[in-house]
Each structure stands twice: as C-alpha cells, then as structure tokens.
Design a protein around this ligand. Structure first.
Ligand SMILES: [Zn+2]
Length: 180
C-alpha cells in the first residue's frame, strides 16, 4: 500500500512528460506508517484476541485511519514524502539508468535529512504501466531484498496512468495506491 500526496503524483507525471520521448526516472523517499498509528492497533488486536471487528468499530469515527488500519493488517503502508526527479543517463525510449554522480547526490541528500529512499519511479512512454522484463532484472540486481516500491507512470494513453509494484525474487505484485 503506497500513499502518494497529489502534488507528488503531479510532479511524477510532469517529470514523465518532460522526459519525452525518452523514459524519465527518479527516486522517492517515504515513511512506513505501520510504526505510528498502526502499531497500536495491531497491539490492541493481539492483546484482546478479537477477530478484528472491534478494531474496525473503534476506528469508525476516525475516517481515513480506518482504511489505513484495515489495509495494513495484510501489508505495510508507506507514505511517499518527497520525489527527486533525475536524469535518465541512458537517454533511451525503452530503459532508464541513473547517472552515478546524481544517484550519490540524492542518496546523500536523503541521508542528511534523515529520511530513506523507498523506491524508484520511471515512465513507460508507449507501453502499459507494468514492469518490463528489464525492470524485473534491474530489481533483482539492485534491490535483491525487494525492499523498494516501483512506481511506473505510463504515457501510453492520453490520461497518464500511475501504478506501483513490489518485485521480490522476480515476482511482480501490484500494490494499492492511494492519492492523499
Ligand atoms: Zn520499465
């Protein structure tokens, strides 16, 4: 489950458009929501040994929190907090690579701000928002533990489409995206 502020979604789509005709790419940072509002819910559930109904009922008045809580019981929720648009060093219409110096700069910026990079965004200019065999290969090489979120913005149709995936052991799993 990935929560993306609308401004960041717009930045990503803008970056995808700016990169045309080539693929565009970038890294994003975020924070896991499970450690905060969700951990207490899980604890509550464990302590009470209930079947989940009580948790849902408890949150009924908290609106959005209910949705987060229900989803996080099956998967971790992550909120994207910042996007770093980057150059596609490959200058290619069908793949992307980071410029090593720019990559290091972004890692350093994130480090200095005490935040973590949680994934990569890239665009598909004429195909669907779904990982290509190259994307799966890259994920296996550069993210062997499958910790990252893979956002793909497709410009295939007039309305851009943004989807997010986890890629673990070459297995692609789409995750829910919520714009906030
Ligand atoms: Zn791709």
């Amino acid at each position: 489950m990935l929560k993306i502020p609308s401004e960041i979604r717009d930045q990503m789509i803008q970056h995808a458009n700016d990169g045309l005709p080539n693929e565009a790419c970038g890294l994003f940072v975020g924070e896991r929501l499970t450690g905060k509002n969700l951990a207490s819910e899980a604890e509550h559930k464990n302590n009470e040994g209930d079947d989940g109904e009580e948790v849902a009922a408890k949150n009924e008045t908290e609106g959005e929190a209910t949705i987060i809580s229900q989803i996080s019981q099956t998967s971790q929720a992550t909120q994207v907090t910042q996007f770093f648009p980057m150059e596609n060093a490959a200058q290619s219409v069908e793949l992307y690579t980071f410029d090593p110096a720019e990559h290091m700069k972004v890692e350093k910026l994130a480090d200095e701000s005490g935040v973590s990079i949680v994934g990569v965004m890239h665009s598909h200019t004429y195909t669907a928002a779904y990982p290509s065999p190259t994307d799966v290969e890259d994920a296996t090489n550069f993210d062997p533990f499958g910790g990252w979120h893979y956002i793909i913005v497709s410009l295939q149709h007039e309305t851009p489409e943004l989807r997010s995936f986890r890629i673990i052991d070459s297995v692609i799993t789409e995750e829910a995206v919520q714009f906030v």
